[in-house]
Write a protein that binds this ligand. Structure first.
Ligand SMILES: *Cc1c(COP(=O)(O)O)cnc(C)c1O
Length: 433
């Protein structure tokens, strides 16, 4: 399968090139040339298949031309060794819990899949050592670091803003050691992101080492997120609730929802999507006006969605032939304030005994407000509430139990390299690696 750039100004790439480069040379995002339609027999039989079996069919449609069947199967099965349960919350609303993986957030799926696919290219296809740079405000760093931990031929540098991520998040990527290095930057998340972007564009660094990105711009990170949309549908089928399905996705960089939109193009019978936002409502403004106007992000309590220029917007546009009308026909949007998020977490905990995290709360609330009586709604619960411990405990006024997996991380010894936010120091550091 060839991958083209959304900017259409650079040559098409192979899967290996797309994964190793991350971004196309014209700064566009890679898109697969063909999105394969899956046979109706698959959709009929899905309810009797396991998550791994379903995911393998989807993975084969994306990557089967480029990765041998045995290897691909191993990558899929090794990535998805945890469950993604569909939990009834109330009325016709279900939570797809994506937080049962190693770092208790949905990014585990893409992080693990990408690390194993890159590992395959290094081992089997003679790809040279690769260095992954990832800037994080918390969740991405932990998922990527844990996904890549111990994978031969790959080193990961996690850049994070000193003092600006929660203790729980920090220990998930600073206590690992091995091929993972945490760089504690004296600056903000935007400074970290700027360092990573400058590194990708720096000729000396690129001559010295192979650099790639593990953010959702990378096809190996975002496409595997399609797997759980299919599994959600299979679970609804089992319940006899598979008509008029609406999927609501708490969105920041729009990688997650874009993977769901790919699923729909492959034939997944979802009637529509809702992109739920916090106060960073750039996409909602686009839906309302037809004009895309990025602006600096504002901080909210659903901080993994504090994005002012969603990188996967280019993919959404491309998928719908740049048609505002076509996009509006399948996706609607909404935006909630921190106050509304708090209210939703509290009310849902009190009335339905279901504890939402601040991101999932945005998704749940959108369904509560906009689901029609004949529809069945699924929102993606993107992280475990204990990952946002202070916020969630503050809202419900009770202690939240920290899952064993998180407690294990908190026992480890922190190791980090402190760096100032200027590029020259960062560059000099990488040149010694
Ligand atoms: C990353 C993240 C999101 C947003 O996902 P996108 O793919 O960037 O839209 C939502 N919730 C949580 C908990 C996240 O970590």
């Amino acid at each position: 399968m060839k991958y083209y750039s959304t900017n259409k100004k650079s040559d098409k790439a192979t899967l290996q090139e797309a994964v190793v480069k991350g971004l196309a040379s014209d700064k566009g995002l890679f898109m697969p040339e063909v999105i394969k339609q899956l046979p109706s027999s698959f959709f009929e039989n899905m309810k009797d298949m396991t998550f791994q079996e379903i995911a393998y069919v989807v993975a084969d449609a994306f990557f089967g031309e480029d990765v041998e069947a045995d290897a691909l199967k191993k990558i899929v099965y090794d990535t998805l060794n945890f469950d993604v349960p569909l939990v009834h919350v109330n009325d016709n609303i279900y939570s797809l819990e994506l937080f049962h993986g190693p770092t208790l957030a949905f990014k585990d799926v893409g992080g693990r899949f990408m690390s194993r696919l890159l590992g395959y290219f290094i081992k089997k296809q003679g790809e040279k050592n690769v260095n992954v740079l990832v800037a994080t405000s918390g969740d991405t760093g932990s998922a990527v670091a844990n996904g890549f931990l111990g994978v031969e031929g790959i080193r990961v540098f996690v850049l994070y803003p000193k003092g600006k991520v929660s203790k729980i998040q920090e220990c998930q990527f600073t206590t690992l050691g091995q091929n993972i290095t945490a760089l504690e930057i004296d600056g903000t998340f935007d400074d970290c992101q700027a360092l990573v972007k400058s590194a990708f564009m720096d000729a000396d660094l690129n001559a010295h080492m192979k650099l790639t990105s593990a953010n959702s711009i990378n096809v190996a990170r975002f496409l595997p997120q399609a797997f759980y949309y299919f599994y959600a549908y299979a679970q609804l089928q089992k319940l006899g609730k598979d008509k008029n399905v609406v999927i609501c996705v708490p969105s920041g960089n729009f990688g997650n929802i874009t993977a769901g939109l790919f699923g729909k193009k492959m034939g997944l019978p979802v009637s529509r999507f809702i992109a739920a936002n916090n106060k960073n409502d750039i996409f909602l403004q686009y839906l309302n006006t037809g004009v895309y106007t990025p602006r600096p992000s504002v901080a909210t309590i659903a901080n993994a969605m504090d994005v002012g220029d969603p990188s996967n917007f280019a993919r959404v546009l491309d998928l719908y032939g740049e048609s505002h009308e076509a996009i509006c026909a399948e996706i609607s949007g909404c935006s909630y304030t921190d106050e509304q998020i708090r209210e939703t977490v509290k009310a849902t905990y009190d009335s339905a005994k279901y504890l939402l995290d601040p991101h999932g709360a945005v998704g749940y609330r959108a369904l509560k407000e906009y689901l029609k009586p004949e529809e069945v709604g699924v929102f993606l619960e993107t992280a475990h509430p204990a990952k946002f411990l202070e916020t969630v405990e503050g809202i419900i006024g009770e202690k939240v139990e920290i899952p064993q997996k998180l407690q294990e991380f908190m026992k480890g010894q922190k190791q980090s390299v402190e760096l100032p936010k200027d590029f020259d120091t960062f560059k000099a550091y990488l040149l010694t690696k």
